[in-house]
Design a protein around this ligand. Structure first.
Ligand code: FMN
Length: 207
């Protein structure tokens, strides 16, 4: 009886994100034009609480869903939305971020950004950073289930996985487009946890 209630308590305790080792890291948080983009605000906030430097990089369409001001306030760093934000610096800001990043996390990731990354396009800062960085890349996709299961998306995901890109989600549930099925952004807490795991794994590989 006692053992059962202990089990119940264990299950009901929410997963807590804790820093495993090492100092705060630099995370470039890519945000794309998905209805789930508002969840990136909580993600940015969580990663900052975990002690990291978070630099939001938003696609143009992401700014239709969440303002750069929100992400910039929560991350305490400027949100990059265009190559032409970068005029004050002699060194292109996107390359500086690509070099500085310990992790590139794209959450939520649209079908469009998956196609761009799979094909090596670089026509906006987020895509260019993905090409220029040598940091691990973690992608949390969110989209309509038919978009996710389309052969083009499947092929793009396979291409990216073969290059070492890691994926988390999507999960099943009620989608904003009215369908039920696969396509929802994975739980933000779990995305932050996976990011922490990848950073710690990097520490272990380097040590
Ligand atoms: C209300 C609304 C919600 C959308 N949600 C998604 C989504 O969750 N996933 C997705 O792949 N595309 C979604 N789209 C389509 C993308 O915004 C569109 O493909 C866009 O070009 C993506 O640009 P980006 O990848 O540069 O951010 C949505 C569009 C609208 C109008």
């Amino acid at each position: 009886m006692k053992r059962n209630s202990a089990k119940r308590i264990e299950r009901s305790v929410p997963r807590k994100v804790v820093r495993m080792r090492g100092a705060g890291k630099t995370i470039v948080l890519g945000v794309t034009g998905s209805i789930a983009a508002y969840k990136s605000a909580e993600l940015a906030s969580l990663l900052v609480k975990q002690g990291h430097q978070v630099f939001p990089v938003m696609t143009h369409d992401a700014t239709e869903f969440i303002t750069p001001l929100t992400l910039q306030t929560l991350s305490k760093n400027p949100a990059m939305t265009s190559f032409f934000d970068e005029k004050e610096n002699w060194r292109p800001g996107h390359i500086e971020l690509a070099d500085r990043a310990n992790l590139l996390l794209i959450a939520p990731a649209t079908a469009n950004i998956l196609a761009e990354l799979a094909h090596g396009l670089a026509n906006h800062p987020l895509a260019a950073i993905a090409l220029a960085t040598r940091a691990p890349i973690l992608i949390a996709p969110a989209m309509n289930g038919k978009m996710w299961s389309h052969p083009a998306t499947i092929e793009n995901v396979e291409t990216l996985k073969a290059r070492g890109v890691e994926f988390i989600g999507p999960e099943e549930g009620m989608l904003a487009c009215g369908y039920e099925g696969i396509g929802r952004l994975w739980k933000v807490n779990d995305i932050a946890f996976r990011a922490e795991f990848l950073l710690a794994r990097q520490d272990n590989l380097i040590a």
